[in-house]
Design a protein around this ligand. Structure first.
Ligand code: ATP
Ligand code: MG
Length: 338
């Protein structure tokens, strides 16, 4: 049932906020790079977003459009890549039920990403996490396999979830016969982008992000407030670029020559932080300009955005229906077929 030649990207984002440069370097950039080589499906994970935002459905709804626009803004071509809405692919819910027999509660509780996230979400869950949130890796496995995904471009925090998906696939195939594709994670060079405040992860809800939708003024203002070497007080104090967020982002947005000058002049106390920040803001504004411009195009055309998502969802539904036929046959749930 499995075609060894088959190649397809399935990945996505939770509509819990606009996307930022962490998402860009962690995953979006790779989606764009690979969209000519791979058939590409991007899911807007609204059902997954509800697992920890069940009491705020309006937030999830509002952000669906933002996520679609962010993906289009970075250069995903709607004629090549498909963007779709998770909640409208019903097979995902059905597969989640089937897969839940193949995962133990202890294994879910040991998943390092789930563990960290539960610890961060005490205010949502209190002392006892919901069944839905604990089980979201299972529904994410359903997302990827429903669409027969083979490659999943993601940031580093997603690796334990992809690993859990692979385990579910192997277990399914060993019990019911070769039916599902086992996907692989695809990590970029910059698998985890730090926040403006020095936090290990730039996050949608941490107030430490530069969003793809930010204006030139917002970018400048955020860069001017970024954390630098705290021991450096006067301009001619020697600085340590290794603990400076401005230097960190120069490595992502400035050319090699500039990066080297930033480091050596900072260490020698020859470059002030303000000048260094201004240069970074200028480079960031420049690099993000085409993204901002494409985003603006779609902001002005909400109907076009809706149409892209609707068409994409229809395409995803067809593929998921095919997977479900294979799965039901393998699981002997095809009573009326023969
Ligand atoms: P949430 O807090 O709602 O989970 P999030 O910022 O983690 O939001 P997701 O929608 O969960 O965003 O993730 C979308 C993709 O972006 C995933 O592949 C994830 O690994 C990647 N990603 C998110 N933040 C970063 C980051 N700071 N650096 C690199 N990749 C990231
Ligand atoms: Mg996340």
């Amino acid at each position: 049932m499995i075609n060894q030649e088959h190649k397809r990207i399935v990945t996505g984002d939770r509509p819990t906020g606009k996307l930022h440069i962490g998402h860009y370097f962690g995953s979006l950039q790779n989606r764009v790079k690979l969209q000519d080589e791979y058939e590409t499906f991007i899911l807007v994970a609204d059902v997954q977003a509800l697992t920890d935002n069940f009491n705020n459905p309006e937030k999830v709804k509002q952000n669906v459009r933002e996520i679609v626009m962010d993906n289009l803004a970075v250069g995903l071509d709607p004629n090549k890549s498909t963007i779709y809405l998770q909640s409208m692919v019903h097979e995902v819910a059905e597969l989640t039920v089937f897969y839940s027999n193949l995962v133990t509660i202890a294994r879910l509780q040991r998943n390092p990403t789930v563990k960290t996230e539960i610890a961060q979400k005490k205010e949502v869950f209190g002392e006892s996490v919901t069944y839905g949130f604990l089980g979201y890796p299972v529904s994410q496995a359903a997302d990827i396999t429903a669409l027969d995904g083979t490659l999943v471009p993601v940031g580093e925090d997603q690796l334990p979830l992809i690993e859990q998906c692979r385990e579910i696939v192997r277990k399914f195939n060993s019990i019911y016969g070769e039916t599902l594709y086992e996907p692989q994670a695809y990590l970029g060079e910059n698998k985890r982008i730090k926040g403006l405040d020095g936090n290990e992860k730039m996050g949608k809800s941490l107030g430490n992000a530069i969003y793809l939708a930010d204006s030139e003024e917002e970018i400048t203002q955020k860069v001017m407030n970024a954390i630098t070497d705290p021991a450096r007080i006067k301009k001619d104090d020697p600085g340590n670029p290794n603990i400076c967020m401005v230097s960190y982002y120069h490595n992502l947005f400035s050319n090699k020559e500039e990066q080297e000058a930033v480091c050596s002049e900072c260490r020698a106390g020859k470059r002030g932080c303000v000048a260094c920040k201004r240069q970074l803001a200028k480079n960031m504004i420049e690099a993000l300009r085409p993204i901002r411009q494409r985003r603006k195009y779609y902001e002005e055309r909400p109907e076009e955005v809706k149409e892209i998502l609707m068409e994409g969802t229809k395409k995803a539904q067809k593929i998921a229906a095919g997977t479900m036929e294979r799965v039901k046959e393998a699981m002997k749930l095809d009573y009326f077929k023969n």
